[in-house]
Design a protein around this ligand. Structure first.
Ligand SMILES: [Zn+2]
Length: 109
């Protein structure tokens, strides 16, 4: 069971109060993109064993979207942060690097 904190309203609750919506920080492609770009946007998702950035919605609360950084193997939740970001903020990356020495974004672990 994940325990998440909504960064919008500050409520901390079990994951059943929230709704997971897949990988965060996807670059969207639409009209004018190549078929490969659009296919990748629609179907290709990271599935790391380790640190993962995800989109969540506070379904049974404020209803707002936010992002969560967590470890898929240990279920450790590093932090949650605003959905109004195109990539994980530096303070989030620093926090993860503190807890996972040697980890870096893109290392896949
Ligand atoms: Zn909330």
């Amino acid at each position: 069971m994940l325990i998440l904190t909504c960064p919008v309203c500050g409520v901390t609750a079990e994951e059943t109060e929230f709704h997971a919506a897949g990988e965060a920080h996807l670059k969207r492609f639409g009209p004018g993109s190549t078929d490969d770009e659009f296919e990748s946007y629609l179907f290709m998702r990271a599935n790391p064993k380790g640190v993962h950035f995800e989109r969540w919605r506070h379904n049974n609360g404020c209803g707002k979207w936010f992002h969560v950084a967590r470890d898929t193997t240990t279920l450790e939740v590093f932090t949650s942060y605003s959905a109004q970001t195109v990539s994980p903020p530096q303070e989030v990356l620093d926090l993860i690097e503190d807890r996972r020495p040697g980890w870096s974004k893109g290392s896949g672990a």
